[in-house]
Design a protein around this ligand. Sequence first.
Ligand code: HEC
Length: 191
Amino acid sequence: MSNAQHTHAEGHESPIRTPRQLITLVVLAFLVPIITILLLVNFVVSGTKSNAGSDAQSPEAIIARIKPVGDFELRDANGPRVFQTGEAVYKAVCTTCHAAGVAGAPKFGDSGSWAKFIAQGWDAMLQVAIHGKGAMPAKGGNPDLDDFEVARAVAYMANNSGGNFKEPEEPKPAAGDAPAPDGAAADQPAK
Ligand code: HEC
């Protein structure tokens, strides 16, 4: 019988035994939600705060952040190829070595280092630029460049370094590249 009473008492046993524990519990029950709410509010609001002088929220910065990763330019494969200018090719490819004169490359703007290459003449320079020689990789290491683009870059570099070459002429589109003649629409059903 005393056994049954004992079990009964145990069932109602509370972890709070002293007034002090009770006070602690009441204080915590009050403070914890308030601190949680303050932290949450701070978290939500801080999303729009940025450091003084930061342009992290400027429209340009936001557009740059949310722009799609796989950025590409859609080109019509059948359309006439748009060639890069010599300056653009130089800045994208050749500058790696020719800006500072890496590995013995003639330095851009330094007519002294270009003189011996310029003296060889246009065709010799163009051959090396397209096919490579020694530390000079073919097409500057970018096989996607058209020969004409390489030629333009050679003219751009050489002419800024004491040379006086004529801007290379744009190649005429080959016959196969020409847009299909009117006959292409012939197999459409007649009205
Ligand atoms: C990896 C480095 C590197 C890159 C990139 C590079 N070059 Fe060069 N280039 C050289 C070096 C080194 C030489 C000197 C070769 C020699 O001593 O004959 C050279 C020489 C040349 C010459 C003179 C060649 C001759 O013998 O008459 C031309 C023209 C030239 N480069 C054009 C270009 C063009 C155009 C590009 C970009 C499309 C380019 N290079 C990119 C390293 C480079």
